[in-house]
Design a protein around this ligand. Structure first.
Ligand code: BG6
Ligand code: MG
Length: 214
């Protein structure tokens, strides 16, 4: 794939397992409100913004909440979530992910983050990955959530690359669709693996090396 010059990675569930912290934090909030919430509903939240995630959780609520209450709930979830993030260290990045990122850099690829999260920079700081990426497109610079392609188009723009020179790695179906909508090659890992919407499915991040070298 000689035309691919940039690789754009989703963060939660691809680079690190903060997806499990999102789940635990929403679970705590949902339990307190007496709202049914499980891993299956949680999978619908992958790649979806904080407020849109809350709307999905509230589908199971018998009570309705006004905007003020919704903001309070979202803030509560975020403060629980950030307590988990504060415990993160470089050890939360697997050897496979770490080595793949450094190998790609050595090979001259431009690397970016394309995440819906407003906490992306904090996570990259705690795991000491800030300097590995040439660009960070995240929840702070977008107005439309995945499957809208905005977050990936912004990442390509930050890398100074046309979208068709970029590849996207995602664990969310919404993220794969966003990458397809951006006219990028899409790679599905984790929860999105075998969903049949991505250009390729992989088991572990280092599998992208052979795809790129094909
Ligand atoms: C995405 C996660 O990366 O970020 C979603 O997959 C999450 O589950 C979204 O809702 C927003 O995250 P944050 O950190 O801004 O609440
Ligand atoms: Mg994800």
């Amino acid at each position: 794939m000689k035309h691919i010059k940039g690789v754009i990675f989703d963060l939660d569930g691809v680079i690190c397992h903060t997806d499990k912290y999102h789940y635990l934090s929403w679970k705590k909030v949902a339990d307190e409100l007496g709202i049914e919430f499980d891993e299956k509903i949680n999978n619908r939240l992958r790649g979806v913004s904080r407020m849109e995630s809350l709307e999905i959780i509230l589908e199971k609520s018998v009570k309705s909440y006004n905007d003020y209450e919704k903001n309070q709930i979202a803030e509560k979830k975020n403060s629980i979530y950030r307590q988990y993030l504060m415990t993160m260290t470089p050890n939360d990045i697997s050897r496979d992910v770490h080595d793949t990122l450094y190998l790609l850099r050595d090979k001259g690829y431009y690397l970016a983050i394309g995440s819906s999260s407003k906490n992306a920079k904090l996570i990259l700081e705690k795991t000491q990955l800030l300097n590995v990426f040439d660009a960070i497109s995240d929840g702070t610079n977008i107005t439309h959530s995945k499957p809208n392609p905005e977050v990936f188009l912004k990442a390509a723009e930050m890398l100074n690359l046309p979208p068709n020179n970029c590849m996207v790695v995602e664990d969310a179906i919404s993220g794969i669709i966003a990458g397809n909508n951006a006219k990028m090659i899409t790679i599905a890992i984790g929860d999105a693996n075998n969903s049949e919407v991505a250009t390729y499915n992989i088991e572990k991040l280092s599998d992208i090396i052979s795809i790129l070298e094909n």
